[in-house]
Design a binder for this molecule. Structure first.
Ligand code: R5P
Length: 293
């Protein structure tokens, strides 16, 4: 992928990641020009001839999900129409990935629809990071990769020199993620038992391990409302944890999520640039470049 024939096309949702990726790959970067028609519809233009090139379209789907998704689809099809040799879609956070099953009869499986749209629009290769459930990739017939940010997050946390660190997955589904983060830090790991009551509220139990005097890190793929982290932090602090940190790949951070976590006693929230935010202190550019290089 190195050399003059690769080109990064930076979407409006991923300005930093696309720059970092083009640097890591030592290739050119062209930013998509995105405008709005008076009725709100999106207009996309790429002012560069891409015929015969391998293009890497980088466009995350954080908020506003629908707009960022449409921009991605328009750009992918544009690249194909302009004669790109290969179109790689780097979608570090894919919208609708949590609705990956029909939990209740009659529900749309949105993750499947989004995968099919991306493929139909012209992607030859799909790359994402810490997909909510890796099995979602089965909806692609093109080559696809689900990379993990766990090692990069673990490396960052290791440099914080936490005291007797304990890494806890925010639920059973995050146990493997927590293990990989902990391995990088040389720390212990386990996971929290969580039961979701509604989209905004959860019940957690941290019974199985002693957190007294320890620096605890809660690890999750997504922090959305901050409810999971806040509820867990409150209990961990009550049980004697010295500090509580929270680490995630995708900082969706809806509404007052940061404030909610801080007032529950979370000392620091760290995340990656799959969604670019104030807490995105870890970049996934090296891991994405590693797959493409
Ligand atoms: C759900 O299974 C995810 O892995 C996260 O735990 C969830 O999205 C976190 O949501 P919130 O921050 O709203 O509690």
């Amino acid at each position: 992928m190195r050399g003059p024939m690769a080109l990064v096309i930076g979407g409006s949702a991923s300005p930093l990641l696309s720059l970092r990726l083009s640097r890591a790959l030592r290739c050119g970067l062209v930013r998509t020009e995105v405008r709005r028609f008076p009725d709100g519809e999106i207009y996309v233009r790429v002012r560069r001839d891409v015929a015969g090139e391998r293009v890497i379209v980088v466009q995350s789907n954080g908020r506003s999900q629908n707009e960022n998704l449409i921009e991605l689809l328009l750009t992918l099809e544009l690249m194909k129409d302009m004669g790109a040799r290969e179109v790689v879609a780097v979608v570090p956070y894919m919208a609708y990935s949590r609705q990956d099953r029909r939990f209740t009869p009659g529900e749309a499986v949105s993750a499947k629809t989004v995968c099919r749209l991306i493929e139909c629009a012209g992607a030859d290769h799909f790359i994402t990071v810490d997909m909510h459930h890796r099995e979602t990739l089965q909806h692609f017939s093109i080559k696809s990769n689900d990379l993990t940010a766990a090692h990069a997050i673990g490396g960052y946390l290791k440099r914080l020199r936490l005291k007797r660190p304990l890494v806890l997955g925010a639920d059973r589904g995050a146990a493997e993620r927590a293990k990989n983060v902990a391995l990088e830090m040389g720390a212990d790991h386990d996971y929290i038992e969580k039961k979701r009551i509604s989209p905004e509220s959860v019940r957690v139990s941290v019974g199985g391990f002693d957190v007294r005097g320890r620096d605890v890190v809660i690890v999750d793929d997504i922090i959305s409302t901050g409810g999971t982290v806040a509820e867990s932090a409150r209990i961990l602090r009550k049980n004697g944890a010295r500090t509580v940190h929270a680490a995630c790949t995708h900082p969706v951070l809806v509404g007052n999520a940061m404030e909610k976590m801080r007032s529950a006693g979370v000392r620091r929230v760290i995340a990656t640039d799959t969604i670019e935010s104030d807490v995105s202190v870890v970049s996934v550019a090296p891991v994405v470049a590693g797959t493409l290089g």
